[in-house]
Write a protein that binds this ligand. Structure first.
Ligand SMILES: NC(=O)c1ccc[n+]([C@@H]2O[C@H](COP(=O)([O-])OP(=O)(O)OC[C@H]3O[C@@H](n4cnc5c(N)ncnc54)[C@H](O)[C@@H]3O)[C@@H](O)[C@H]2O)c1
Length: 350
């Protein structure tokens, strides 16, 4: 098999930069991929200099991943259409609210036979059903899209600390290509075919992480947080069974994209951190996002709002008390100290 392919990378964010570090190093040591990696940069000025120019001179994303050198074959490109032109492999790592308009911009420039993989965690409420981010990319660009989700906090991936991750790919051959592009000894990949389940895990765990943050802010202990994680996982499984188009097997929840990502996010992620601060200050989620995250975006609140809309439309809000309560606290002024009641009254089975 010859796999000379030019690689285009979406968006030089924290997640984007840490995955670009891996891709840059892997393609350099393989003769199956084009050695140059285009990395799209949403341009920002840093101390009077363009971020893309800093990256191409110093080989470091000083805003989103400071302290980590990127391989020199990773080239920051501020024009998204130029970044994807000619690329056969596209890696999408951008906050989910921008994906639709980005796809519109790059659509005329997508190469024949290009395939993609999305690392984006979030969902969109479709016309009358759930729309995954990978569905938006597939629909707009008419390409095959795999997903990668797992317990992969970007700074730890960049530090090359061992972690596992999951690729969901209904096309086995594409899954193998992306595994080859992305796996390292410290970034261990399992490929499964249930792409939609993998992607939903990545989106839904961010809602549960808000609940974990409320727990921390309210001073509850580790036992309570474990209950949030368990009940949150139950709701994730129930939601996936109701809304995924294909098969949903319990085994997928035992992969890194499932229980492992849920645990790491409920202890270490940004959603947990902001939710804890939400309890301890009188500030809104939007204010805290701006103050605490240095330009990074929160996904949990927006995902909870999308899920809530879907549950309400299907008249099944009461079957998902944890998801519903988190949404109501974030957006409808429900008192956060009432969060405990959704745990106390949670049904034993969903
Ligand atoms: N950070 C992680 O640990 C991690 C790991 C794996 C996957 N992901 C996923 O990757 C996605 C991106 O997360 P992230 O942490 O890399 O980024 P982020 O959520 O921290 O957002 C910052 C990025 O958004 C970009 N941005 C800001 N305004 C923009 C605009 N108007 N248009 C386009 N881009 C704009 C910035 O340039 C920056 O690259 C998310 O879905 C996330 O869940 C993140």
């Amino acid at each position: 098999m010859t796999l000379k392919r030019k690689n285009g990378i979406e968006n030089v964010s924290k997640g984007g930069s840490s995955i670009a570090k891996i891709v840059g190093s892997n393609v350099r040591s393989s003769n199956r991929f084009d050695p140059m990696v285009n990395m799209w940069v949403y341009e920002e000025m840093i101390d009077g200099k363009k971020l893309s120019e800093i990256i191409n001179t110093d080989h470091e994303n000083v805003k989103y991943l400071p302290g980590h050198k990127l391989p020199k074959n990773v080239v920051a490109v501020p024009d998204v259409t130029e970044a994807v032109t000619g690329a056969k492999l596209l890696v999408f790592v951008t906050p989910h609210q921008f994906i639709s308009s980005l796809c519109d911009q790059i659509k005329p420039h997508i190469a024949d036979g290009a395939i993609g993989i999305s690392l984006i965690k979030g969902i969109n409420e479709g016309q009358d059903q759930l729309q995954l981010i990978s569905d938006i990319i597939r629909k707009k660009l008419k390409i095959e899209v795999s997903v990668l989700m797992g317990a992969n906090i970007a700074s730890e991936v960049a530090d090359e600390k061992f972690c596992e991750t999951t690729i969901g790919s209904t096309n086995e051959a594409n899954g193998v290509i992306f595994k080859e592009l992305l796996q390292t000894p410290n970034f261990r990949i399992t490929v499964v075919q249930e792409s939609d389940t993998v992607e939903l895990c990545g989106a839904l765990k961010n809602i549960v992480a808000l609940g974990a943050g409320f727990c921390d802010g309210l001073g509850f202990g580790d036992n309570t947080k474990a209950a949030v994680i368990r009940l949150g996982l139950m709701e994730m499984v129930a939601f996936a069974k109701l809304f995924c188009k294909g098969q949903v097997s319990s085994d997928t929840f035992l992969e890194s994209c499932g229980v492992a990502d849920l645990i790491t996010t409920c202890y270490g992620g940004r959603n947990r951190k902001v939710a804890e601060a939400f309890v301890k200050t009188s500030k809104s989620i939007a204010e805290l996002e701006a103050e605490m995250l240095n330009g990074q975006k929160l996904q949990g609140p927006q995902t909870s709002a999308e899920i809530y809309k879907i549950l309400r439309k299907k008249k099944i809000v009461n079957k998902f008390p944890l998801f519903a309560s988190i949404y109501e606290i974030c957006f409808e002024g429900k008192e956060v100290k009432k969060f405990i009641t959704c745990l106390q009254n949670h049904p034993e089975h969903l």
